[in-house]
Design a protein around this ligand. Structure first.
Ligand code: ADP
Length: 827
């Protein structure tokens, strides 16, 4: 077969024959195996070579077509067609590619013709015919699709998996307002309102999972920031391998639809409402119809009733026409006036002169209720000549097309009498209220003051001219009310308020209220008595207020005094108790002192008494010793004995004085009436020698009779006179005794002209054993004045001395005039 073919040999490379043979074989096999149609054509368009693929397509063998012209074979024409690339090649010897539809091959082909030169001389051309029918078809369909998509009024958008917009058609531009060049390459989020940004993630997640979304209704944002309702259908875009590379969105603007739906809903709602209203109106109409029916029926009935209502009415009624003629009157009127119809009907009612206006009232001043109706009070004269007070109420009515007047006449004679009585008691009440010292207020059930008397106004410092409303403007909580314990009361605990709230009376409650007028607290005794209606509710509350301020102050003062008294009593009791304690202690001390005193006295007495005996022995034996051995002893011994005798004497005197001292209290005599003149005489007798020896002069005033122990008085006066003589100076002693009446006591004085006493010693000389001199100067024991003090003490008196050195001394002593003595003597 190969033999038959005329083939163009390959000449371009050197090779031996076998090599050429192999190479040719390879070339031919390759040539035949090529999928494209390949043929070699000479300058006359004749086929010199053709591959098997081409021949198969032409339903023959390659050699069947060799020598034939290509245009006759594939174009079925006698000449090459205009678009023949081979013609072009023949002209410019260059390679050309042309795409065209080949009738004979029934398809689109890309024909590439390449020149084949032999020694730069064109020998022919290689034609490679590549079938592009399918490509063309795809192109066509693609173009169609693109045109459809581009020109579609539906919004079609393509985006990749990142949400970047890749495709944007006309519809999208119309809907969103962006031109493709403005939006392609930007994120789809540009179209999503910020509040639903999550939308994109949700959509992209679904798309990445290969899911489609259909008719998803949501909101999107246009270029001019307008929100539109859209319905989205989103599907994944896959590449040839089926990998998802993006998503396509078909969107439609449903704003209008949503608006329409809303409108439709509203219309439906309106329709429903209208239907309901219509139904209601229908119902109402029905019930009105029923009412009208009833009214009509009632009217009919009323017409019948009117007759009865007029004639049988308990109120007197008359019917007059427009000329005031009496057309009719009922039985009650006949009964009231005593007239029959024959006497009054068809006569002018005014001319009958049955009624007269009360006092100065006349027809024109009647109370007009409306243009046609009026009410007025009259007196009416009955047939029997009595006068009754009536009130008429007239109304105009139309009867048989004429204006009539129907008048109701009420007999108010009794009511008037009651009113008068009420008026009188009102006046009395007013007088009472005005003159009451207590504040009185009436409070209604809501707690408002409806009436207050002047005392009330005065009490609270309110203006006399102030009306009750002004009082009422004081709200409950603005009244500061305090209880007796000074605690602020809660509003509901105010006595009056409490009575108003509970309906229970409050009696004589003591409170203090801040006087709104003076801003001072006033104590009030408040009582509130609720007056109840028949149904048990409060009608009003009667309140009485009594100013308790002064009484409270007096009570408080009394309380303070009582408290003080109580305190004083307590203190007194306390000090009494203390005094009693002291007294008790004192009594004990006195007792103890008395005991110790008596023991001491006992001791002093016993000691002095018992000392006397051995002392007498000592003295006697000393004297005996001196008498017997006077001449045997030397002068010194005799002198010593004299000293001893002298000492014993002094001791004897001391003991004697001590004994007298101790005897004053224990062996004192009962008090008697003692004439002090006698006492002095007695003393002068006792001291006669001593006085004479000293040439003493003694004088005295008139001396009283006193209540005393006579012996002790003698001892007292004698001691004083003795001292006056003993403590004399060179001049003869002059002693004077006098007495002075000092109310409840006698003051005695014993004055001398002796050596006197330094005033600083005047107190101590009354103490026992206190002496101002030695025995060498003045003999003595220092007990004399102590005895005097003790005697004066026993007579409830005092003793003292007034003196100066060298100027004499005056001793004073007092004797009480019985008051302090247990029993009184009339001396
Ligand atoms: P006595 O005379 O034994 O010393 P008295 O008690 O009588 O003791 O007197 C006490 C003292 O008072 C005396 O020592 C004397 O100094 C003084 N005295 C008493 N009476 C007088 C007087 N009339 N004039 C001056 N001195 C007196």
């Amino acid at each position: 077969m190969e033999e038959k073919r005329t083939k163009t040999p390959l000449k371009s490379f050197s090779c031996n024959d076998s090599c050429i043979k192999i190479t040719n074989n390879m070339w031919e096999q390759t040539f035949d195996a090529l999928p494209d149609f390949v043929t070699i054509i000479d300058q006359d368009h004749r086929i010199t070579n053709m591959n098997k693929t081409f021949a198969d397509r032409l339903n023959g063998n390659p050699e069947d077509f060799i020598g034939k012209t290509c245009y006759s074979l594939v174009h079925s024409s006698s000449e090459p067609p205009d678009f023949c690339p081979h013609c072009m090649l023949l002209k410019d010897l260059k390679k050309h590619t042309k795409k065209f539809f080949i009738e004979g091959l029934n398809g689109y082909f890309s024909v590439t013709v390449s020149p084949i030169f032999n020694d730069k001389k064109l020998e022919g051309a290689m034609h490679i015919v590549h079938n592009i029918t399918e490509v063309k078809k795809l192109e066509k369909s693609n173009n169609r699709l693109v045109t459809i998509v581009e020109s579609s009024n539906n919004t079609i958008i393509g985006k990749d998996l990142d949400g970047t917009i890749t495709d944007w058609n006309n519809g999208a531009e119309k809907m969103y307002g962006y031109a493709p060049e403005e939006i392609i390459g930007r994120s789809i989020s540009l179209l999503v309102p910020s509040h639903i940004k999550d939308d994109i993630d949700w959509i992209m997640t679904k798309i990445k999972n290969g899911e489609s979304i259909t008719n998803y209704e949501t909101l999107r944002k246009t270029k001019d920031k307008k929100l539109i309702d859209v319905s989205l259908s989103i599907s994944p875009i896959k590449d040839s391998d089926g990998t998802i590379i993006g998503a396509s969105t078909i969107a439609s603007d449903i704003t209008e639809r949503i608006r329409t739906e809303k409108l439709r809903k509203e219309l439906l709602e309106n329709e429903k409402n209208l239907t309901k209203k219509l139904q209601a109106t229908n119902e109402e109409l029905k019930s009105r119809q029923a009412e009208l029916f009833n009214v009509n029926r009632d009217l009919l009935e009323n017409k019948n009733k009117f007759f009865n209502a007029f004639h049988k009415n308990p109120a007197a009624m008359i019917l007059t026409d427009e000329n005031d003629k009496l057309v009719d009157f009922n039985e009650s009127y006949a009964k009231l006036t005593g007239y029959s119809k024959d006497e009054l009907l068809h006569r002018n009612f005014r001319e009958l002169n049955l009624i007269k206006p009360i006092e100065n009232r006349n027809y024109t001043r009647d109370i007009e209720i409306s243009d046609q109706n009026y009410e007025a009070e009259y007196t009416i004269r009955t047939k029997s000549g009595k006068t009754r007070i009536i009130i008429t109420r007239s109304e105009s009515i139309e009867l048989e097309d004429k204006i009539h007047k129907i008048s109701f006449i009420y007999d108010i004679t009794k009511r008037k009498m009651v009113e008068k009585a009420v008026e009188k008691s009102k006046t009395q009440f007013q007088v009472l209220m005005n003159n009451l010292k207590s504040g009185v207020a009436l409070i209604d059930e809501t707690g408002k003051f409806t009436l207050v008397n002047p005392a009330f106004m005065k009490m609270f410092g309110l203006d006399e001219n102030m009306d009750i409303l002004n009082v009422n403007s004081q709200k409950w909580d603005s009244w500061k009310v305090y209880g007796e314990n000074h605690q602020l009361l809660q509003v509901d605990d105010h006595p009056v308020r409490r009575a108003t709230l509970t309906g229970k009376p409050v009696e004589n409650l003591l409170v203090s209220v801040l006087n709104p007028g003076s801003n001072e607290f006033i104590w009030m005794l408040i009582s509130a008595e609720p007056v109840l209606n028949t149904n048990g509710t409060i009608s009003y509350v009667i309140c009485t207020y009594n100013d308790f301020t002064k009484r409270k102050a007096a009570e408080d003062h009394k309380e303070i005094l009582l408290k003080k008294e109580q305190d004083l009593t307590e203190k007194l009791q306390q000090s009494n108790q203390e005094l009693m304690d002291i007294q008790y202690k004192l009594t004990n001390t006195i007792k103890r002192l008395e005991i110790s005193n008596s023991e001491l006295q006992q001791f002093a007495y016993v000691a002095s008494h018992d000392l006397k005996e051995p002392l007498r022995m000592v003295t006697s034996f000393l004297q005996l010793l001196k008498q017997r051995y006077k001449y045997q002893l030397d002068t010194d011994a005799n002198e010593f004995i004299d000293f001893a005798v002298d000492g014993a004497k002094r001791m004897h005197n001391l003991i004697e004085d001590l004994l007298s001292y101790s005897r004053i209290m224990t062996q004192g005599k009962e008090f008697t009436c003692v004439n002090m003149e006698e006492v002095v005489e007695h003393v002068l007798i006792n001291l006669k020698v001593f006085l004479d020896e000293n040439s003493a002069v003694f004088t005295h005033d008139l001396l009283p009779t006193i209540n005393a122990d006579k012996s002790q008085m003698i001892q007292l006066v004698q001691n004083l006179i003795e001292n006056s003589i003993k403590y004399r100076d060179k001049t003869p002693p002059h002693i004077h005794i006098s007495a002075e009446d000092n109310d409840d006591e006698w003051i005695f004085s014993v004055k001398d002209n002796g050596i006197g006493i330094n005033p600083k010693h005047t107190k101590q000389i009354f103490m026992i054993f206190k002496r101002l001199h030695t025995n060498q100067e003045y003999d003595g024991t220092g007990i004399g004045l102590a005895i005097i003090k003790r005697i004066v003490d026993r007579h409830y008196g005092r003793v003292w001395v007034e003196s100066e050195l060298g100027k004499g001394s005056t001793f004073f002593f007092t004797i009480s005039k019985n008051e302090k003595i247990s029993f009184k003597l009339n001396c």
